[in-house]
Design a binder for this molecule. Structure first.
Ligand code: PLP
Length: 466
């Protein structure tokens, strides 16, 4: 990132060639994140598999890099699966977890021996029918939910209820039963939220279910705990607390000059009282990535007195994870060109960018990272300015960051702004072609010891599907 920012001729060349905005991906960072997860599992002598949840980013280059880094890919649609197969995927390094599974999807998975994570009885019926029709058994895992943690049942719209799954499998799945074409090889869950405690308890419950199913003759080998492994976006915890406190204060005092149009980002004032909560990703996390996994694995089960890791090792169970966001930590930036600057009726500076809100959109209230300005000319003292970045959609709310940003000086037309750490969900998940704007170009950079050059950046759409 810093290399690029220090050599603006390359950025300029890329934006001129591929249009604004561009998404630049740094593959060595992705590989580094894969290594971090591998090392943590190896330190526990666990059997494990890591699947990159590619829903978090559309690029082909990252799928190829996942295989090159020795990990697998979690696919969530026909096209994600088909493309991942074309990029080198197979029965060992792919999994299908789509929320809605169509017949073509299921057929493609079965023909390639890719495990299918089943969510409900209708999916069992469809998978059984397809398997029978094409004469191949289906390798399946059962998604489960409804774990009881601290006397509360965790709700999810996904999966079989944890209290019913043993009965269901033992009544209907296996030889001479309704679903005789399904070979159950694992259990799966993906919890909403980021609690390590809930994951530990859910894992312990799952280990117990695996034992009971094994006793009934099912050859279950893995538990997949999905994604939601926290990552950290910020350097300084103090910044995070200060922002939270200042936002709350601004909402309570009804003087909010922190966000666009007084957006409380989840906080609101009701009868003079502060209500709600910050509705964004928790951007600062002391326990993240490998630390998060360690916290899940080190938890000690009350009943057996063993850690979660020991329970898995002792039972010979392979642990699987499907991180999306956290594998993309420091992997991508989005660079856009400044098109105009204006002062609105409130006297606020609006900086118009050649991009739109869908090209950097969070599923929550705001993306809370400061962007980096690439200025053409020198910055003098006392030129600081507060701005909002605005986008190209005809909506009042096309404001790229809801937070007001203080810049060293007002950007000039044609200068660039870089939004950092955008690879996980931000750049693609909600991208649309409204107004017939082109989708942004994704570039892959493999890293190099040579001086940076325009030619080291590969257009992701040109990566060949075999
Ligand atoms: C089944 C499943 N696996 C993995 C993931 C990836 O989660 P994350 O990107 O938070 O790691 C998701 C995200 O929604 C999911 O639904």
């Amino acid at each position: 990132m810093h290399e690029l920012f220090n050599d603006q001729s390359v950025v300029k060349g890329l934006v001129e060639r591929y249009g604004s905005p561009i998404n630049i991906h740094h593959l060595p960072s992705f590989n580094h994140n894969c290594e971090i997860y591998k090392e943590v599992f190896e330190s526990y002598s666990l059997k494990y598999r890591i699947f990159y949840a590619r829903k978090a980013n559309k690029s082909r280059g990252l799928v190829k890099q996942a295989f090159a880094s020795g990990i697998g890919v979690d696919t969530a649609s026909f096209k994600e699966l088909e493309q991942s197969l074309s990029l080198g995927g197979n029965s060992e390094n792919l999994v299908l977890t789509a929320a809605i599974k169509t017949e073509p999807q299921i057929e493609l998975a079965i023909r390639n021996g890719v495990p299918i994570i089943l969510d409900n009885e209708d999916e069992c019926v469809l998978t059984q029918a397809v398997a029978k029709r094409i004469g191949h058994k289906a390798n399946v895992g059962f998604r489960i939910s409804g774990f009881e943690v601290d006397e509360e049942k965790l709700y999810s719209r996904f999966g079989f209820d944890v209290d019913d799954v043993i009965d269901f499998i033992s009544s209907y799945v296996g030889e001479n039963k309704t679903f005789d074409q399904l070979e159950v090889t694992g259990l799966h869950f993906h919890l909403d939220g980021y609690s390590t405690h809930q994951r530990s308890i859910s894992l312990i419950t799952s280990v117990n279910i695996v034992s009971k199913l094994k006793n009934k003759g099912y050859n279950i080998s893995f538990i997949d705990i999905g994604g939601g492994i926290l990552m950290n976006y910020l350097e300084d915890e103090k910044e995070w607390f200060a922002f939270n406190e200042n936002l709350k204060k601004a909402v309570v005092e009804e003087y909010n000059d922190i966000t666009f149009n007084d957006n409380g980002l989840g906080f609101r004032l009701e009868d003079g009282k502060l209500r709600g909560k910050l509705n964004t990703y928790p951007y600062f996390n002391k326990v993240n990535k490998e630390g998060f996994i360690r916290e899940v694995l080190d938890f000690v089960d009350d009943e057996s007195g063993l850690s979660v890791a020991s329970l898995l090792v002792n039972n010979g169970i392979e642990l699987r994870i499907e991180p999306g966001r956290s594998l993309l930590d420091q992997v991508g930036i989005t660079v856009a060109k400044v098109v105009h600057r204006k002062k609105d009726a409130k006297g606020q500076w609006l900086v118009g960018l050649e991009m739109n809100m869908s090209q950097m959109m969070s599923s929550s209230a705001d993306f809370l990272l400061d962007p980096y300005m690439l200025y053409d000319s020198e910055i003098k003292e006392n030129e600081q300015v507060d701005v909002f970045f605005t986008g190209a959609y005809c909506l009042e709310r096309d404001v790229l960051l809801k937070r007001k940003i203080t810049l060293p000086k007002l950007p000039a037309i044609g200068e660039y702004v870089a939004f950092v750490n955008t690879a996980g969900y931000m750049m693609h998940f909600f991208e649309t072609e409204a107004h017939l704007f082109d989708l942004s170009t994704n570039l892959m950079f493999t890293g190099s010891n040579e001086k940076l050059s325009f030619f080291q950046f590969i257009d992701d759409s040109k990566i060949v599907l075999e």
